[in-house]
Design a protein around this ligand. Structure first.
Ligand code: OGA
Ligand code: MN
Length: 217
């Protein structure tokens, strides 16, 4: 009989493996109950504390000179994770294990994760898009973790995953579900939500190439 500690570790490895296998086979993975209820509850409470304190700001689209606010395209408000709470650190630690698994098995050379809390109010969504910027494709694998304690048919707000024009997956944003996909390959959309919709969205990136010229002579 193994120790409970070892079986917990094995479950974590099996979960990670399922995510990696999905990325290899379909270029995306969906895993309900990836995170414990306890962690999701803590993250949800933390996000709603930040919302009440007005710590979120309206999200933008694009990067550099193309960066704009376009609420008809993207209606969420966000707050970047900074590892400032035990719940954030636990979540970031889970993501770090995934980063290592992706690098070991997919040779992606991912160096860092950037991630933010997001809340879409009723009536908001995010039109079909790719997560890699036109002028910067350093984002390689996208992740979304949902924080909503319940989600019913008819609440809207599903993540729609496309293959060209065809929807190939519809994911309700129920707390605990983790979605991962290859950022530059998978067009996706957030359907207009009818209730507040809480999540963490993040991107594993590769490091920007050093632009400082190599000193010579
Ligand atoms: C994003 C995004 C999907 C979701 O923030 O880029 O596509 O389900 N989010 O929240
Ligand atoms: Mn996206």
């Amino acid at each position: 009989m193994g120790s409970p500690h070892i079986s917990t570790e094995l479950c974590a490895l099996a979960r990670q493996q399922q995510i990696v296998d999905g990325l290899i086979k379909d270029r995306f993975s969906v895993f309900p109950n990836y995170f414990s209820n306890e962690l999701i509850t803590d993250l949800y409470r933390e996000l709603h504390h930040h919302i009440n304190e007005n710590h979120l700001h309206a999200a933008h689209i694009g990067k550099g000179p193309q960066r704009t606010r376009a609420q008809d395209i993207r209606g969420d408000s966000i707050l970047w994770l900074n590892g400032g709470s035990a719940a954030q650190r636990a979540c970031l630690n889970e993501m770090e294990q995934l980063r290592l698994a992706f690098n070991r098995q997919l040779f992606l050379g991912l160096t860092e994760l950037e991630a933010h809390f997001a809340c879409y109010p009723p009536g908001a969504g995010y039109q079909k898009h790719l997560d890699s910027f036109q002028n910067d494709n350093l984002r390689r694998v996208s992740i979304v973790a949902y924080l909503n304690p319940c989600w019913r048919n008819g609440d809207g707000g599903e993540l729609l995953i496309y293959q060209e024009e065809r929807i190939i997956a519809v994911v309700p944003p129920l707390g605990g579900t983790l979605v991962c996909f290859i950022s530059e390959d998978i067009p996706h959309q957030v359907a207009v939500t009818r209730r507040d919709r809480s999540s963490i969205a993040g991107w594993f990136r590769v490091r920007e190439l050093d632009t400082v010229p190599f000193p010579c002579g």
